[in-house]
Each structure stands twice: as structure tokens, then as C-alpha cells.
Design a protein around this ligand. Structure first.
Ligand SMILES: *Cc1c(COP(=O)(O)O)cnc(C)c1O
Length: 367
């Protein structure tokens, strides 16, 4: 079976974890600081704050911006549920824009239409490893005085016009086990604003500036030394892993081009995709459905996934939620029924990628 994702852990991680265990210092300490400084050097952001997971990194980012309680955050309805849960957790209201089927991310036009006098922030999601259209979203946010939080959980290293995501607004990265950079669980917040960075450090550690000196009502969002010990060697292998993902994506696109009813993922002009997922759309023209394609792939020993099978609001717990405003989002409605992601991770050999190509062609009954 070729799995949809794979977790690769080397001897460096084993040795660093042992070193931490033997040091007796397990909670946030020097290893976490090292991860922050190495991620800062690698990123285009000036400050990096490590936290316990990607969801709380979104919560911390929203809280650090001091958005008035009950104001609205405009985000994508085509995302993992954490995006919505984080906004609610921060005491804010969720309003959605709609996506462009070309990059699966928020369109500036839909954000424009969703903004009201109660809007305080925009939260684009860089889905599957491709940056949202920050070139147009940033001036729009600036003109309306809106804060920007980037959900970059799936897009470590993705660029737009040569600049890495997470350096436009306040950036939020996940280090969950299957993400491009991982520590099992973990999160990183990035910002170029020193005051926001200062508040993030307080929020992470009970609002505490120094021992028993509390400056705000905070949380325990701290990362452990064990998490950082897993993340550090992963970070040094991230560029090589991304290169391999890019090569695998290129090979998939070459092998799958020109099939009616199969829409391949595109990289928008000026963007560098890091291929967290290689997501195709099975449209009506194919004469089949993505569910049938997934079944055929399983029979051929190829894993796949629906990310995400429904718009994020399409569950009773959100449709009936006072903090979630649901309007018409037709592109997300359609695209969420068509998407299927194929294996693209760095552990795949060229032969594996060719197996995926043959299996997809077979599932669509082409040669
Ligand atoms: C993974 C993910 C998150 C949440 O990260 P966790 O580390 O799992 O808490 C948030 N947003 C998106 C788009 C994600 O894919």
C-alpha cells in the first residue's frame, strides 16, 4: 500500500530526544529556544514563538492582536475545522468568503463582499501548500484597517513573489505529525511586530513576565523540549523534503495531463507551492465520482483522502452556532464534493509515483 502520508523519523531525532530525557529538563527550555531561532533564520519573519500545537497557535495569534470580542473574522470555508474552532475559542465571530478553484484559497473579491463594520481581521488559509493571494489580500486588509492572520499550517516555505508565507500578517504553522514540518504535535507563530511577539510570549506562559508577575490572563500553550527535539532535525531536512514533493508533483502532473474530467492542481503565477497535498478534482465530465475513484485506488494499493469532504460550516454544530455566520458559498460547495488528494510525500520513489499515475488512469478508465 502506498499511503497518503508518511512520517519519517531518523536517528538524529532519537538522539536529541534521548538527550532531552537525560537532561531532566522536559518543559519549554533551550531546545525550544533553538527551534525558534532556527525557524526564524529560515523564515522571512522577525519573531518566532513556539507553542504546543497549530490550533493554539491560531488562538494565540488572534489574542495577541487584541481584536475586540465579538468582532468578525473573515476566513475560508474550505479548510480544516481548527481554523473555525480557533476563531470561536478566541471569542470572535466567524464569517466566510469563498474560494478560487485554481488555488483553493479565499478570493479577495469574496473577502471584500464579506467585510462589515464589525470585521476586525482576515484569516486566509494557505491550503495544500500553496499561498493564498496575499498580493491582493494585504492591500485590501490595510485599506480597511483589518488585521491579518495567515493559517499556514500546511504551507511551511510556500512563497508568493519570493516571500515566504507567515511574514505578511501574523503567521501560524502546525507541526502535527503529517505536516511538512512536524514534531508529533506542535505549533509556531511568526510576526514582524515586536509588540505582538511580546504578547505572544506572555499569552503562551500564563501571562507571566517574570515569576509571579502577571500582565494578562494567559494560557499554558508551552511546547515541550521533547517536541522541539523532534522538530529540529526535521527542520534541517525540510528543504530537501520540499524539493522531493515538488519533483513528485511534477511527475504526477506529467503522467495525468489531458484526461477529461480530471482537473490537476495549478501553481499560480509568482507562487512556489510546497505540495502538502496534491489535490485533483473529479468533475462530472469524468463520468465517475471521487468516491468510486478512491475505491479503485484502494484496490490498486494506493491511498487517497478527501480534504475536505464538506464545507467546514456544513455540520449541525456550526450551522446552529451563534458565532458562525453561514451564507452562500457556491464554489466551496462544489469543489468540496470533487476533491481527492493523491500521495505526493517525500518518501515516494519515482516508481511509487508511477504506480499512483497508473492507478489513477485505471480508475478513470483511460488506457
Ligand atoms: C493542521 C491544521 C491546523 C491545526 O493544527 P494542529 O497542529 O493539528 O492543531 C489548522 N489549520 C489547518 C489548515 C490545518 O491543516
Amino acid at each position: 500500500m502506498i499511503p497518503i502520508s508518511s512520517v519519517a523519523i531518523g536517528t538524529e531525532e532519537e538522539e536529541l530526544v534521548l538527550q532531552v530525557l537525560r537532561s531532566g529538563r522536559l518543559a519549554q527550555g533551550p531546545m525550544v529556544e533553538k527551534l525558534e531561532s532556527e525557524f526564524r533564520a529560515w523564515s522571512d519573519a522577525e519573531h518566532v514563538i513556539a507553542v504546543s500545537n497549530g490550533t493554539v497557535s491560531l488562538v494565540a495569534a488572534l489574542e495577541a492582536l487584541q481584536l475586540p470580542r465579538g468582532t468578525e473574522v473573515v476566513t475560508s470555508p474550505f479548510t480544516f475545522v481548527a481554523t473555525v474552532n480557533a476563531i470561536l475559542e478566541a471569542g470572535l465571530v466567524v464569517r466566510f468568503g469563498d474560494i478560487d478553484p485554481a488555488d483553493f484559497a479565499l478570493t479577495p473579491e469574496s473577502v471584500e463582499a464579506a467585510v462589515t463594520e464589525r470585521t476586525s481581521a482576515v484569516m486566509p488559509v494557505h491550503l495544500y501548500g500553496q499561498a493564498a493571494d496575499m498580493t491582493r489580500l494585504m492591500p485590501l486588509a490595510e485599506a480597511r484597517g483589518l488585521a491579518v492572520v495567515e493559517d499556514a499550517a500546511q504551507a511551511h516555505g510556500a512563497k508568493i513573489d519570493g516571500r515566504r508565507v507567515g511574514s505578511f500578517g501574523v503567521g501560524s504553522f502546525s507541526l502535527y505529525a503529517t505536516k511538512n514540518l512536524m514534531s508529533g504535535e506542535g505549533g509556531l507563530v511568526t510576526t514582524n511586530d515586536a509588540a505582538v511577539a511580546d504578547r505572544l510570549r506572555l499569552i503562551r506562559n500564563q501571562g507571566m513576565r517574570a515569576r509571579y508577575q502577571y500582565e494578562l490572563a494567559g494560557h499554558n500553550f508551552r511546547m515541550t523540549e521533547l517536541q522541539a527535539a523532534v522538530a529540529l532535525p526535521q527542520l534541517s531536512r525540510l528543504e530537501a523534503g520540499t524539493k522531493r514533493r515538488v519533483e513528485n508533483a511534477r511527475r504526477l502532473t506529467e503522467g495525468l495531463a489531458g484526461i477529461p474530467g480530471l482537473v490537476l492542481p495549478a501553481v499560480a503565477e509568482g507562487r512556489e507551492h510546497v505540495w502538502h497535498q496534491y489535490t485533483v478534482r473529479i468533475t462530472e465530465e469524468s463520468g465517475t465520482t471521487r468516491e468510486k475513484v478512491a475505491d479503485r485506488l484502494t484496490e490498486s494499493g494506493v491511498g487517497s483522502g478527501f480534504y475536505y469532504p464538506r464545507p467546514v460550516y456544513d455540520y449541525d454544530c456550526y450551522r446552529d452556532h451563534p458565532g458562525v455566520i453561514v451564507e452562500d458559498h457556491p464554489v466551496t460547495e462544489r469543489v468540496s464534493r470533487e476533491v481527492i488528494s493523491l500521495p505526493v510525500h517525500p518518501a515516494l520513489s519515482d516508481g511509487d509515483v508511477d504506480t499512483v499515475v497508473r492507478a489513477v488512469r485505471g480508475a478513470l478508465d483511460v488506457d
